[in-house]
Design a protein around this ligand. Sequence first.
Ligand SMILES: [Zn+2]
Length: 125
Amino acid sequence: MSDAEHPAPDPQTATVPGRRCANCQHFSLSPVQVCPECLGSELHADGVPGDGVVYSRTVVRAGPRDRDLPYGLAYVDLRVGVRVLANFPVGDPVLPGDAVTVHTVGRTDDGLPLLALGHGTASAT
Ligand SMILES: [Zn+2]
């Protein structure tokens, strides 16, 4: 997957890149070729805002030697209705229910976005 197929979204309006179905507007993070909602095949690179709420979180203390340990992982329910997995520094006191912002920090070898929690997280009430 090349960057030409998944251009970086405008950071002012979208921080999580993916694909949107031209038929039903369903947004997918995965580089799908067919819409999982309507089976439409006209999909376009798009992005969504990264604001959401932490669903769950954990700290990873064991893993590959090339990875700095420990690090945090959190599932975040984005406001647009997509649940994503994002990294966070262990010192960040993020908890389920916290309002956070997710942004793209890179890409995996498969072209999927690597996401991280933005700074300035605040607790939701
Ligand atoms: Zn669709």
